[in-house]
Write a protein that binds this ligand. Sequence first.
Ligand code: ARG
Length: 459
Amino acid sequence: MRLWDGRFDRPTHEALEAINRSLPFDRRLAAEEVRLSIAHARMLGRQGIIPERDAARIVRGLEALAREVAAGALSADLPDEDVHTLVERLLTERIGPAGGRLHTARSRNDQVVADLRLHLLGLTRGLRALVADHARALLEVAEAHPGAVLPAYTHMQPAQPVLLAHHLLAYVEMAARDDGRLADCARRMDESPLGSGACAGVSFPVDRRAVAREAGFSRLSANSMDAVASRDFACEFVSACAIAAAHLSRLAEDLVLWSTPAFGFVGLSDAVSTGSSIMPQKKNPDGPELVRAKAARLAGRLAGLLGVLKGLPLSYNKDLQEDKEAVFDAGDSLGASLRVMAATLRGLEVREARMRAACEAGYLEATDAADWLARRGVPFREAHRAVGRLVRRAEAEGLPLARMPLEAFREAHPLFDRGVYRALGLEACLRSKDVPGGTAPRRVRAALRVARRRWGTGT
Ligand code: ARG
């Protein structure tokens, strides 16, 4: 059945049919399509736009269909052009000609964008729950290893010692912003375009507010052209997903590096690793690796969607049909990534001794030695140079700073005395970063408490 058959005298070319058909992917909107159609039909009856009797028949037919959709009873290979055509056909086959009245005062243009907004509101709720679970998985690792210390890196060179909990809390902060972005785009998504018709509004006395309320929208779109033409809500959703995926991919890369023999900071659970078909010894971090790649894929989805929108004249154009695979794929990919990262974190074996050992090499306490001098009144620039000289000498002798004789310190700068050794221990280095947001253990403990309150325990 073609919804638009009247003015056409020959069948659609199979090449056009193939490119035009959206049912293979927009069938995911079936639940929303039926639910919105129920609200629309009730309103048509109440407003006297169609006979109450027909409205009631339509609603009953759609309610039966809703149950089938919920039970997953829609067959996988249906011939229809799109989900809108499909629902109308199934309805009309069941209830007869009254089904033909459902499409009064609406267009697939306002339907599709209503379906999509509603669907994304649901997806956003689900993704926010997964973001929260991921944040809790990070907190679980942090809380299980409150004393674990490892090098923080800049330029991938060992920089300064930090608590593992501090490192993980960085990702918890990212998760909080990811959650905020999803919540924020959901607020803007939450408006009903129904009543916009094809582009100009509809010429029946519809009650837009009632339909919106029943469908679960908070507001009405204010302009019918904007309503059918705009997809910035979809861009925001994909963007929020792409940014969250980028954060996950950075964590994934940390874990990939940390699990290499060279680092040895963590072991990945067998449950989230795979083996090699040829090398029996291999245990590969496929989960984190795929998470890294999903981030690239999502960035591509965002670029693709923005590319469809740019330069598109008002109002609806069929190009907009291409929005759906982008948003569905964004939601699926982010959901899969969040799930696998939470599982990876929960299976993580943290090798505290290896992390600590990595802090002994690389002169991570050099800044603290310079700070020690600066606290004694030496201009920091001069202190930096003095400690630089000391590090060069220590490196040549193959010794850590704490094992260099006092004479070497004094040669680097005459104001050094024995007290400096106390500043060089790992714990002292950590303790001294006692600023809000710093890695001092008491600050990190407080940050963990704040994060726990925000994310709860998930039970
Ligand atoms: N499948 C279409 C889409 O996804 C539905 C809207 C079709 N509108 C139209 N005028 N052909 O955008």
